[in-house]
Design a protein around this ligand. Structure first.
Ligand code: MF3
Ligand code: CO
Ligand code: CO
Length: 278
């Protein structure tokens, strides 16, 4: 398939209105999200053997685009608000929205790869950290703390709990480990839209925020830093970095509130939850 950029943008168009209300989805909608989520998760699985010293993030981005097209899906980021790539690749002190380029990855880098597909109108948005070659102990520790914080946030999800319960669980754990949580970017509702209500803050106070209800779809995608939480966006308009240039990490799942808890749409079917992916 060889779509032009305009065609991608059209396929991506956010044609549903965002009125701030939080959508409640049907069992059929869950089916759509399961398929989209599985394609995005399988894409991240596919990248595991490719993320090695010497590979460029542009080559990774090409592989993501081809994988999605091969699965009859579109990369949601391609043409999204002027973004021209099929993934975000955020290395070391890059917090999020790193732009793929032709510079090779180096031994010891840590990289977040964030992919979103659109399949039959549904969005599957997920990211994981990858270790390039051998990484140092503090990078490994940060990756583990970030993964644990995401899963502790997700563990709070059930009807009657609130978005504040999710944020508080993430923040409490990250800070207990002498890390900080980025406050400038958040998770989001998704479904037929890429970014919808509610905002999912990765910090907060238990009991505050929106009350969770069965049928809500959203992401949890904490960014955790070894240093200060402050970020800035570079002149390219996308790349967000830590102001103190210390390491940062992120994981992301797309999920639903169910009758009794949570369903994760973007789980790896081969157990590639966090590095090392063996
Ligand atoms: N996938 C990102 C998220 O988690 C959004 C990337 S938008 C882009 O919400 F334009 F930067 F690609
Ligand atoms: Co997201
Ligand atoms: Co994402």
């Amino acid at each position: 398939m060889n779509l032009t950029e305009t065609e991608y943008s059209d396929a991506n168009a956010d044609d549903l209105s965002r009125d701030g209300s939080i959508r409640i989805h049907t069992p059929q909608d869950f089916e759509g999200m399961r398929k989209a989520g599985q394609i995005s998760a399988a894409c991240l699985d596919m990248l595991v053997p490719m993320v090695k010293p010497g590979v460029t993030t542009a080559a990774i981005d090409d592989a993501v685009r081809e994988f999605f097209l091969d699965h009859n899906a579109l990369p949601a980021t391609l043409g999204y608000r002027g973004y021209k790539h099929s993934s975000c690749t955020s290395i070391n002190h890059v917090v999020c929205h790193g732009i793929p380029n032709t510079k090779p990855l180096k031994n010891g880098d840590i990289v977040n790869i964030d992919v979103t597909c659109i399949f039959e109108g549904w969005h599957g948005d997920t990211s994981r950290m990858y270790a390039v070659g051998t990484i140092n102990r503090k990078a490994e520790r940060l990756i583990n703390i970030t993964y644990e914080s995401m899963m502790l946030g997700i563990a709070q999800i059930k009807p009657g709990n609130t978005t504040g319960d999710i944020g508080a669980a993430i923040q409490d754990f990250a800070e207990s480990q002498r890390c900080s949580v980025v406050q400038d970017f958040c998770g989001h509702g998704l479904g037929r839209l890429f970014h919808d209500a509610p905002n999912i803050l990765h910090f907060g106070t238990p009991g505050e925020g929106e009350v969770l209800k069965e049928g809500m779809f959203f992401t949890v995608e904490p960014m955790v830093n070894l240093g200060r939480p402050d970020t800035k966006v570079l002149a390219d308009g996308w790349t967000a970095v830590t102001r103190d240039k210390k390491l940062t990490a992120q994981f992301e799942h797309s999920l639903a509130v169910t009758k009794t808890g949570v369903e994760i749409f973007t789980k790896s079917l081969c157990g590639f939850d966090r590095p090392p992916y063996t």
